[in-house]
Write a protein that binds this ligand. Structure first.
Ligand code: NAX
Length: 327
């Protein structure tokens, strides 16, 4: 029997929305054995543009695409949704404090969590792309009252960026790089763990002997890649972000190849000493349909320091939104 999934996408007429919808509809997110219904949410001002996107989706005649709904009402968009991809968010503008950013997005993600609980399918899961994605996800999770296992935020783009940088430096194909974990927050404090990443099965730090490059330029290039793309392209990463989201949901819904891991932000159960319920990026695997955080990864002094920094940042983001009454 053919499977069917209903996917709600917020901010669907935006840059990432435009890059992702065609890939979802083509079967790349859920597999070619799964039919897709799209439920697209936009602000009223962007409904016209959204209608144009729908026309283009229609014009692809995708065999797996069974329905497209466009709306500016969250409850309508989430009705019966199995997945919600939360891409729409308010970006940080010049001169905006991080606290303001958290507050304005809290205004979106609190109601989002509630609408997910009241209108989503009984197995509805949330995947947050819109920044600050970890804390937006936390706010939605806390507001929804739903089981914490259904909430995710994206570090797959950071992971892919890190993989390519390591492959280029080592002069190998990108497929040689595995176990590239991003720990912590999707922000400038993230820790791309090159010690535990592997190149051709060996520690990346053994293959690339330029430790100064690894602990300096490598980390900084990965952390600042988003800004570099804005500078070069005049717009923020969109196709690569959409690609990471496709891959992230695919990773969550398919078993992981033997020995490999993927990076995903999810509600901590206390692994590696992270506070329970904090949305933290970990190395993950899916086995027999069950998602687990890979335990037992060791950090040296350098790694521990990076880990602690990103953990502290997430703790302080949580404290801020708590203080604002958002959770
Ligand atoms: P765009 O500004 O092109 O699109 C966002 C769309 O969301 C707009 O069409 C807007 O009308 C809509 N929108 C805003 N508020 C909404 C709401 N409350 N309900 C429904 N729709 C709403 O941004 P885009 O380049 O697509 O980026 C979207 C988000 O992804 C941003 O928050 C951005 O920071 C974040 N990113 C996250 C990444 C990650 O790795 N986690 C990387 C890429 C990207 O920067």
């Amino acid at each position: 029997t053919t499977k069917r999934v209903r996917v709600a996408v917020t901010g669907a007429a935006g840059q990432i929305g435009y890059a992702i919808l065609f890939r979802i509809a083509s079967g790349q997110m859920f597999g070619t054995d799964t039919e897709v219904e799209l439920s697209l949410l936009e602000l009223p001002v962007a409904l016209g543009a959204l209608e144009g996107v729908k026309m283009e989706l229609d014009d692809c005649a995708f065999p797996l695409l069974k329905n497209i709904k466009c709306t500016d009402k969250m409850e309508e968009a989430f009705d019966g949704a199995n997945w919600i991809l939360a891409i729409g968010a308010v970006p940080r503008k010049d001169g905006m404090e991080r606290a303001d950013l958290l507050k304005v997005n809290g205004g979106i993600f609190g109601p989002l969590g509630k609408a997910m609980a009241s209108h989503g399918a009984s197995d509805c899961k949330l995947f947050v792309v819109g920044n600050p994605c970890n804390t937006n996800c936390l706010i939605a999770m806390e507001s929804s009252g739903l089981p914490k296992e259904r909430f995710f935020a994206m570090t797959a783009l950071d992971e892919n960026r890190a993989k390519t940088q390591l492959a280029m430096k080592a002069g190998v194909d990108v497929t040689e790089v595995t176990n590239m974990t991003i720990w912590g927050n999707h922000s400038a404090t993230q820790y791309p763990d090159f010690y535990n990443a592997k190149i051709g099965g060996k520690s990346a730090a053994e293959v690339i002997t330029d430790t100064e490059w690894l602990s300096g330029e490598f980390i900084s290039v990965v952390q600042k890649r988003g800004a570099a793309i804005i500078k070069a392209r005049g717009a923020s990463s969109a196709a690569s972000a959409a690609n990471a989201c496709v891959q992230g949901v695919y990773n969550l819904t398919h078993d992981t190849p033997a020995g490999e891991t993927f990076s995903m932000c999810l509600a901590s159960k206390g692994e590696y000493g992270v506070d329970e319920g904090l949305i933290f990026s970990y190395p993950c695997r899916v086995e027999g349909g069950i998602l687990k955080v890979v335990e037992g990864v060791e950090h040296n002094a350098f790694g521990q320091e990076k880990f602690q920094t990103t953990l502290e940042e997430l703790r302080s983001e949580k404290a801020s939104v708590k203080e604002m009454g958002l959770i």
